[in-house]
Design a protein around this ligand. Structure first.
Ligand code: ADP
Ligand code: MG
Length: 777
């Protein structure tokens, strides 16, 4: 806190940054109040209203709230009410998700055409869309050497000629329209083939004999003499009427769009208020930055992205704040069990493990519930960190629930944790759907009466049926999934227990900020020492025999191998058959002397258990599996991972699969088999895997290639549907928005500053129920 002091004349000088925080300018009037010995500074309302230019209050104007309500209502106007829109067009627009003028305002152009001036034909350059005037010199339908019918017209002006081409056009109709001697204004992208410049499927505006081009262009300002927007269309919609409609919408309704962001947020980063930004993207001024517009990086685009991100991050900031205000358990770190465990371990914790553990402990000691996400690449030792956190809860006489996504994993966690806990004299219990009768009711009883201190099970089991005596900590092992739903349910099993979420999928920073922005984040960014990195190779089908030789060699040295088959759908029979046939083929034709087993997602939990158990016990040499194996299976003796049809997987998924080997001391291999019918991109993607073992780099690349939706792989991922913002393109803006949102909330936790009232209203209307906070709204 900055100390303020009185000078001799009784004045207090307030530092500028403090003024900015209060949203004050010289000349504003203030109200001072002494509250609990603190001086509370507040702007007095008349001065604020004068200072806020967006809402000038004139006598006779309807009150602000009424004006806002009217504006909001106006934006709900259905598109049929716009001039030039009939029922047919309204229907087409609706197909694109545009029902109201408000929707239309947020339909941004795909790209822009530079129609500011006519270019002499001789000066037309390839690469961008250009406008030129010319006369038709010749036009006819021709057949290319490849047998394709093409309609071709030569067009020229005083400076030169250029060819226009249409593929699959109706030749009869074209001939009737494209008559020699006719004049027009043409727009299109110029390309070069050999030495010939040509324009495919140009846009044309015919000129009547004797008319002046300048006049025509001036009379049609929507389409000429400016940078013209090109909107995304659906089949049946045409660019010109669409452009006309959009101009109409902008002209009539843009004034109803409100700017919710105070200048204090916009000015420092040179962002524009939303209405101005929307006007620019729909009707760019003649001096606009064309390249920026086309890349979605113009000042207007950036401003719109900022606004979208800002409200999202503000919601997250509020949620996070809501959590920190809730009362939770203040655990004490007694070291009773944690020290003992550290002594029992045959290794030291890595620096990253120690750092993350101390972050967790600090959260646990605080009197508010912990909501922390721990990310760490496969094999970095998350289980141990989770166990240490669990021990802190147990030291405080609380119970711990650990949820895993699959039965196999739950059991694996239990085996690890149970082994250590037995030595510490702590009772643990495993709960699975497969458990029956007495065993199950006994286990449940021990949880309810409280003798079981650490309870491990699948998500389903722990959520539905179990009652805890005194749950203090819930640990959710998400592995590769991005479920954001479990947290709430687990919370209700105790009274505001601490929550720790673990994920093995490195999440690119932008995605983490968006998706898990209300959680605190810890990253275990170091592997335990002594691991040899997995050697990764992309092999084409033709080298399959070599791959088999390598498997044989490794197994000959006492190792084991995985062979992964992709399943498009875990339920698809044909894929299952492929995996089953592969297992059979390997068993009988390729490795007759070896033990080959099959594991897939449609087997019962007991069957899976049995197969995994035998592989762990080294009773199986080769495990042919579908991607069920992906999640944290730990068999250190396995040193070969062969992935069939590797091109079908996402990079992150390949990385997860690869993480199943290289878990022991021995050198391990990951072979990515592919058919060879790969696109250049596809091949580059796979070679990325050869280059790096760094999960974060792979995740970034994967996100870039596939986009957030596919990267997350599930619609329920909680990823917001940004209309304009794009976390790949606008990562920097996201950072800015996040910082601004968190700072704003720190300075004005209730959003009660007069500058922030509208922010708050808008926040509530965007987030609605999702904020789940009684304190706001
Ligand atoms: P993750 O769940 O993060 O993929 P695990 O917790 O399964 O990783 O740990 C992988 C392996 O590394 C386990 O066998 C574990 O005992 C071991 N391990 C964990 N921490 C360390 C450490 N600090 N030093 C050496 N080995 C460790
Ligand atoms: Mg694990």
């Amino acid at each position: 806190m900055t100390a303020l002091s009185l000078d001799k004349s009784g004045r207090i000088t307030i530092p500028t940054e403090m003024l900015a925080k209060l949203g004050l300018k010289p000349g504003d009037s203030l109200a001072l109040e002494l509250r609990d010995g603190a001086l509370v500074i507040q702007p007095t309302s008349p001065a604020r209203q004068k200072a806020s230019p967006a809402a000038p209050e004139k006598p006779g104007d309807p009150p602000v709230a009424v004006r806002h309500a009217i504006a909001r209502k106006n934006l709900q106007t259905p598109m049929q009410f716009i001039k030039g829109i009939g029922p047919k067009m309204a229907e087409l627009l609706e197909k694109r998700g545009i029902k109201t003028v408000g929707d239309a305002l947020y339909l941004l152009p795909l790209r822009y055409e530079d129609r500011r001036e006519l270019i002499p034909v001789a000066r037309l350059r390839p690469g961008t869309s250009q406008v030129f005037q010319g006369r038709i010199l010749a036009a006819d339908s021709v057949t290319t050497r490849g047998g394709r019918r093409v309609f071709e017209a030569m067009v020229g002006d005083a400076s030169g000629q250029i060819a226009l081409k249409w593929f699959n056009a109706n030749a009869v109709w074209m001939k009737r329209t494209w008559k020699v001697g006719r004049e027009g204004i043409f727009t299109g992208e110029v390309s070069v083939f050999g030495h010939q410049r040509e324009v495919h499927h140009p846009d044309v505006e015919w000129l009547e004999e004797g008319t002046d081009v300048r006049e025509i262009m001036a009379a049609d300002p929507a389409n000429f003499g400016r940078i013209v927007p090109v909107y995304p269309l659906t089949e049946g919609l045409q660019q010109k009427p669409m452009r006309k409609v959009m101009r109409e919408v902008v002209a009539r309704f843009l004034d109803d769009v409100e700017n919710h962001l105070p200048a204090s947020l916009l000015t420092p980063h040179d962002f524009m208020p939303v209405p101005a930004a929307l006007r620019q993207v729909h009707m760019p001024p003649a001096d606009a930055d064309l390249a920026g517009l086309n890349e979605g990086r113009s000042q207007a685009h950036r401003s719109l992205a900022f606004e979208e991100f800002f409200f999202w991050e503000l919601g997250l900031a509020l949620k996070r704040r809501g959590i920190t205000l809730e009362e939770g358990i203040a655990f004490q770190v007694t070291h009773r069990y944690t020290k003992q465990l550290a002594r029992l371990l045959p290794f030291e914790l890595t620096a990253a493990q120690r750092r993350v553990l101390s972050e967790i402990k600090a959260d646990m000691m605080a009197p508010h519930p912990m909501h922390r996400l721990v990310q760490g690449d496969v094999g970095c030792g998350k289980t141990l960190v989770a166990l240490m956190a669990a021990l802190v809860a147990v030291e405080n006489d609380y119970q711990v629930a650990i949820m895993a996504p699959t039965e196999i994993l739950a059991e694996q966690h239990w085996l690890t944790i149970h082994r250590w806990c037995a030595e510490l004299g702590i009772e643990t219990v495993l709960l699975t759907a497969g458990m029956k009768g007495r065993a199950k009711s006994d286990a449940m009883a021990r949880v309810t009466e409280g003798s079981a201190r650490i309870v491990i099970g699948t998500h389903a089991v722990i959520q539905d049926k179990v009652e805890f005596k005194r749950l203090g900590l819930g640990i959710i092992d998400e592995q590769h999934r991005f479920g954001v739903l479990q947290r709430g349910i687990l919370k209700k099993k105790g009274s505001n227990p601490d929550i720790l979420v673990m994920t093995a999928t490195p999440i690119p920073r932008t995605l983490a900020m968006t998706l898990f922005g209300d959680l605190s984040l810890s990253v275990i960014d170091e592997l335990p020492p002594g691991r040899t990195p997995v050697e990764t190779r992309v092999y084409f089908e033709s080298r399959r025999a070599q791959v088999y030789d390598m498997i044989r060699r490794e197994i000959g040295q006492g190792r084991q191998a995985y062979l992964i088959y992709p399943l498009v759908e875990e339920t698809e029979k044909s894929d299952l058959r492929a995996a089953a046939q592969m297992a059979e083929h390997l068993r009988t034709d390729i490795f007759p002397g070896l033990r080959v087993a099959l594991l897939h997602g449609r087997m019962s939990p007991e069957e899976k258990e049995a197969v995994m158990g035998s592989f762990k016990a080294r009773e199986t040499d080769i495990l042919v599996a579908t991607t069920v194996i992906e999640v944290g299976i730990d068999v250190p003796n396995a040193t070969v991972m062969v992935i069939e049809h590797a091109e079908r997987f996402g990079l992150s998924q390949l990385h997860q699969l690869r993480g199943r080997v290289g878990r022991g001391q021995a050198r391990s291999y990951c072979i990515l088999l592919t058919s060879g019918k790969l696109s250049e991109d596809g091949e580059k993607r796979l070679h990325e895997m050869e280059k790096t073992n760094d999960g974060f780099r792979i995740a970034e690349a994967d996100l870039e290639i596939r986009g957030p939706g596919d990267f997350l792989g599930t619609r329920q991922s909680g990823m917001p549907d940004f209309r304009i913002a794009n976390i790949l393109r606008d990562g920097q803006i996201l950072e800015t928005a996040r910082k601004a949102a968190f700072e704003l909330l720190a300075a004005d936790p209730e959003l009660s500053g007069s500058d922030h009232v509208r922010l708050r209203e808008e926040l509530v209307s965007r987030w609605g129920q999702r904020l789940e906070l009684g304190s706001i709204g």
